[in-house]
Design a protein around this ligand. Structure first.
Ligand code: GDD
Ligand code: MG
Length: 367
């Protein structure tokens, strides 16, 4: 079966992490996000996967190639300028001949795709939309549906007074390709603001598929940290590395000094080194080839690859991109790639440091 994954967004809310790396390949517990998504889809037989994208396509191709390593066929449909969610699928229409899935490319979920397909067929729907309940629907597409599950109304980013359902569009659709005839070729067109409301208004069979499956949109730093905590708590049963008991997973070739303390859940990538007296407490992920210096403390943080935490440094509630060197106290900081923070600094309050910045000795202090 075929699936189109929409990965055209720039991931602005995750900057500076997404300045050099598009959101779909941002690591989630040491693996590119899309790799986890592809494993989920292929588990349900969705193995012909079309990535619809524009932003940094080569970075995605570099990491995922033709999908062979994941047991799927990946095709790339590249937009010169963003075409919107529906425009992007229209652009890929040449690949689509039959009922197919469409996925927002920033959602991690364990939704049962087989059950969704069965419901779509039973309802003889032209579009089915997976839904999830949330407390505040105003940041999402809110969906009202009747007792049979037929969609009555779809309002993207409603005003608070427009909210009449707590079920929102969960970003997984089944569509019959015929609906794409309503989407003008080469124009910016949205499922959420144009095609879905239009289909509903035309009386077409648009159905809701509400579930309480695990569901998270990884688009903000808070959600990005949440998804790590959830995975490390076993919420998705995903592969986290070789299990070592007590909430510890490690890749190959790790060196942990016997005097270091690890309090799980902690997942280490390949060849991570942890020095004498260091303390690592979870939920924490440390990417491949990273080095935690002697007596350093790392807590509740996500470190990407080749990160160096200096001797005696403190890293707490941080997200640190590839190749950073941190020799200071960092609380709630987000560092882009290749940032260097020298000793005598204290980062705090969600500070975001742009890639390649060097913060010299004794420059920054908070409160
Ligand atoms: N190829 C392509 N081209 N992809 C796009 C484009 C485009 O022009 N615009 C957006 N996308 C992709 C994004 O990369 C993302 O994976 C997905 O489409 C949704 O776009 P977001 O920018 O993340 O939208 P959102 O999070 O504000 O809202 C969407 O997701 C919510 C669930 O998280 C909507 O679909 C809402 O209705 C939904 O509730
Ligand atoms: Mg989103």
């Amino acid at each position: 079966m075929k699936g189109v994954v929409l990965v055209g967004g720039e991931g602005t809310r995750l900057r500076p992490l997404t300045l050099h790396l598009p959101k779909p390949v941002v690591p989630i517990v040491n693996r590119p996000f899309l790799e986890r998504m592809v494993r989920w889809m292929s588990g349900y037989g969705v193995r012909e996967i079309i990535l619809a994208l524009g932003y940094l396509p080569d970075k995605i191709r570099e990491r995922l190639g033709d999908g062979g390593a994941l047991g799927v066929n990946l095709a790339y449909s590249v937009e010169e300028a963003p075409l919107g969610t529906a425009g992007a699928v229209k652009h890929a229409a040449g690949y689509l001949t039959d009922t197919c899935f469409v996925f927002n490319g920033d959602i991690l979920t364990d939704l049962d795709l087989a059950a969704m397909l069965a419901a779509h067929r039973r309802a003889q729907a032209v579009v089915s939309i997976a839904l999830t309940p949330v407390d505040d629907p105003t940041q999402y597409g809110v969906v009202e549906f009747d007792a049979e599950g037929r969609v009555q109304r779809f309002v993207e980013k409603p005003r608070p007074d427009e909210v009449r359902s707590h079920y929102i569009n969960a970003g997984t659709y089944l569509i019959e390709p015929a609906v794409l005839e309503r989407v003008p070729a080469g124009q910016y067109w949205m499922f959420e603001r144009q095609l879905f409301p239009e289909l509903v208004a035309a009386g077409e069979r648009v159905f809701a598929f509400p579930t309480d499956a695990y569901w998270i949109d990884i688009g903000t730093p808070e959600k990005y940290r949440q998804v790590h905590a959830d995975l490390l708590a076993g919420r998705l049963g995903d592969h986290l590395g070789n299990p070592h008991g007590d909430g510890l997973w490690a890749g190959d070739g790790c060196q942990i000094d016997p005097s270091a303390t690890l309090i799980g859940p902690v997942a280490l990538g390949d060849r991570v080194r942890i020095g004498p007296g260091a303390v690592v407490s979870g939920p924490t992920v440390i990417g491949a080839d990273s080095v935690i210096g002697a007596n350093a403390h790392v807590a509740e943080s996500i470190l990407w690859e080749r990160v160096q935490v200096g001797e005696g440094a403190i890293v707490s509630e941080c997200i640190i991109a590839n190749d950073c060197r941190v020799e200071c106290q960092a609380y709630r900081a987000i560092l882009g790639a290749r940032v260097v923070v020298e000793p005598g600094n204290r980062l705090d309050r969600g500070i975001r440091v742009w890639p390649e910045r060097v913060i010299p000795r004794d420059t920054l202090r908070f409160g």
